[in-house]
Write a protein that binds this ligand. Structure first.
Ligand code: BT5
Length: 324
């Protein structure tokens, strides 16, 4: 079986992107023409995209870019972020696994990555679409010595790290929409979810979940995300190795995190503002307690959004979805 698979891959490699007829594949790998179809299906299940055209045959359009912890660690330029990687083919949510690892005292910088999440989560129990092989679905564990109420600052720090990683690895410059949306051409390309384990005055751990859409094409998004979501492949026109983006993210995150621990939130705030859109504009914020409209003044030291409504009241927004 694996011998046939190998011959099939070799045949496609030799064909270098040209079509191979069913008959010639059958001869090359030594099986019947009906068996060819079964082997092609096998490759598809592994993540190969194979085009089939009548009278021409088959050709490989895209190969799976398998991730592995070795591949991620190779070429990682950090001291501790991502130095311990747990990689899974399929999980419900990497947040849950990172949370379990945290109670087992996993070291700071531990990274959990999955090729697929079957119940990826957004904020407020929303769903995060995490199809197999198409994106970066990962959770990072950190243990900063900061008061629990400052943990939201890490969401903003992570947004800066994600924007910079995408800039470096893909050559796009995304913008940030408060608090956690990373946008390219007004569509969401990445999201961040920060959760923590803490007592009243002490943080045990913060689990930062990051989802980045990488290889999806337009048809890979469910209907409800068609107008609002995008991927690096859609925006750049080509697929990208996920490991490169993960490595870049880890490097950017580590730099910012060390700066944050040493100098506090202020330098991070300045960077965040330089990538943010909508500050100074009219915004509508949908919060738990209703809608607040007004001009966005900026963020506070704690990463809270300030909106001034038309009667001059300044509202502090801790959690909301915004439109502008
Ligand atoms: C977020 O929530 O943007 C946080 C997403 C965090 C995902 C990561 S993946 C690794 C880790 N493990 C998890 O289980 N989660 C984290 P929020 O701001 O609430 O946005 C959620 C909304 O974004 C959904 O209600 C959809 O409208 C939209 N959405 C869902 N999947 C998307 C995708 N793949 N790309 C763009 N938008 C999406």
């Amino acid at each position: 079986q694996s011998e046939i698979r190998k011959r099939l891959i070799d045949a496609f490699t030799d064909a270098s992107g040209e079509f191979l007829s069913g008959q010639s594949i059958a001869e090359l790998i030594g099986c019947s023409r009906t068996a060819v179809w079964k082997h092609i299906e096998g490759l598809r299940e592994e993540g190969f995209t194979i085009e089939a055209v009548r009278r021409k045959g088959y050709r490989i359009v895209d190969t799976p870019q398998k991730l592995s912890s070795d591949e991620i660690r190779l070429g990682l330029k950090t001291d501790f972020i991502g130095q311990k990687v747990f990689y899974y083919e399929s999980v419900d949510s990497t947040q849950k696994i990172a949370n379990d690892l945290s109670t087992e005292n996993a070291p700071e910088g531990t990274l959990v990555i999955a090729d697929e999440q079957t119940s990826g989560r957004g904020r407020m129990e929303r769903k995060w679409h995490s199809p197999k092989g198409e994106g970066i679905w990962m959770s990072l564990l950190v243990r900063p010595e900061i008061p629990p109420q400052q943990a939201p600052q890490l969401t903003l720090l992570t947004a800066v790290a994600a924007v910079r990683a995408i800039e470096e690895a893909a050559g796009l410059t995304p913008v940030i929409k408060w608090p956690n949306d990373i946008m390219v051409n007004s569509k969401k390309i990445a999201g961040i979810l920060t959760e923590m384990q803490a007592e009243a005055d002490r943080i045990h751990s913060v689990i930062i979940g990051i989802g980045i859409n990488v290889n999806q094409d337009r048809t890979d998004f469910p209907k409800e995300l068609l107008g609002t979501a995008t991927s690096l492949a859609i925006e750049t026109g080509n697929g990208l190795p996920r490991s490169r983006i993960i490595q870049e993210f880890c490097a950017q995150f580590e730099k910012l995190y060390l700066l944050y621990l040493e100098k506090g939130f202020y330098p991070i705030k300045l960077l965040w503002e330089s990538y943010a859109r909508g500050i100074g504009s009219f915004m509508r914020a949908r919060t738990y307690n209703g809608v607040i409209e007004g001009v966005a003044l900026g963020i506070t030291e704690d990463g809270v959004l300030k909106i001034e409504s038309s009667d001059g009241t300044i509202h502090k927004i801790y959690s909301a979805d915004i439109e502008f």
